[in-house]
Design a protein around this ligand. Sequence first.
Ligand code: ATP
Ligand code: MG
Length: 380
Amino acid sequence: MKLDKKDILKALENITVPGEGQNMVESGAVKNIMVFGDEVVVDITISNPSLQARKKTEVEILKVIHEKVYNKAKITVNVKVDAPAAKPKANEIKGKPIPGIKNIIAVASGKGGVGKSTVTANLAVTLAKMGFKVGILDADIYGPSMPIMFDVAQEKPLAVNIEGKSKMKPIENYGVKLLSIGFFTQPNQAVIWRGPMAAKALNQMIFDAHWGELDFMLLDLPPGTGDIHLSIMQSLPITGAVVVSTPQEVALADARKGVAMFQQDSINVPVLGIVENMAYFTPEELPNNKYYIFGKEGAKHLSEDLNVPFLGEIPLVQSIREAGDVGRPAALQTATAIETAFEELTKNVVREVVDRNKSLPPTEAIKITTMAGCSAVKKK
Ligand SMILES: Nc1ncnc2c1ncn2[C@@H]1O[C@H](COP(=O)(O)OP(=O)(O)OP(=O)(O)O)[C@@H](O)[C@H]1O
Ligand SMILES: [Mg+2]
């Protein structure tokens, strides 16, 4: 039997493309048909990347050609996946704008244990000292650390009645308002949550809470770049992200992934910059000695490489760790090198936020309208 391309095309018209109401030929999925004796090669492109979809398409093609054209044809189907390119949604801020909250800054890392929570806590108290209204939303569902870092682990947020609606009242210490997933779970309770659940809980802690006016809400993220992060990023209007890394190679590799996560088309959150934590070790008694135990300026080089701002370096100092453990962030100790390091960092973050809000179209959620109390902030 002589196989004919036209017959094969006609047979393929019997296969419909799911969700499109068109057949495979009309939709342009059939890219090429070649016939060599009783052999047929069909090249097609589908948009659904799942293995199941590929298999199903392949089986359908074999079946219609065998049934309608020639039951002994030897058929090869080449399936190419051509997922519709995610349209870049330039500068679009996802989620509902949050009344009263001007900027949400996500603090992320990629690798765990590099000091996200420490940086978040100290950024927050420094912003508060500068006169900004600050809140922290502790989004680390694996190991919420803010209640301990702010010495409020025993507290439970109360409900307040706001215009007939019951709202959670954030706990406040050192001029920083705080809500944490830790307030609602038992200590030591392993929380195994999936992204959408975590995003829902966080949405509640934002929208069903009485934050009042905030210049900055800092979001302390769990480590990693997984499902949970995607859900959070896509459901909250995040102004920008601060990525924390140590100078170490393994941490830098993860920080790079962290930056890439924010920059991908479906997320598109501006990266405000990279912070180098544990940049060097300084013994308390020898404050001028610097030991680069995790390597020197790794995060700084990464920021140059990725063309994102370098926000500052924080030394590895015992008192930073101790302060975290006793629940009084180290930057609160006045006239110390640590306070200065966090001030530098904070000013750079504020400056990047201001620049970001100038250069990208403002949305209700990302406007920073007050620099009150931040006279120390130098403009570029
Ligand atoms: N600059 C620093 N100097 C000394 N100790 C630090 C410094 N930064 C962080 N630490 C300590 O390192 C440990 C890990 O820090 P932290 O909890 O802030 O990291 P993390 O990135 O939030 O961790 P996780 O990924 O588990 O959320 C803590 O004990 C903290 O006190
Ligand atoms: Mg943490």
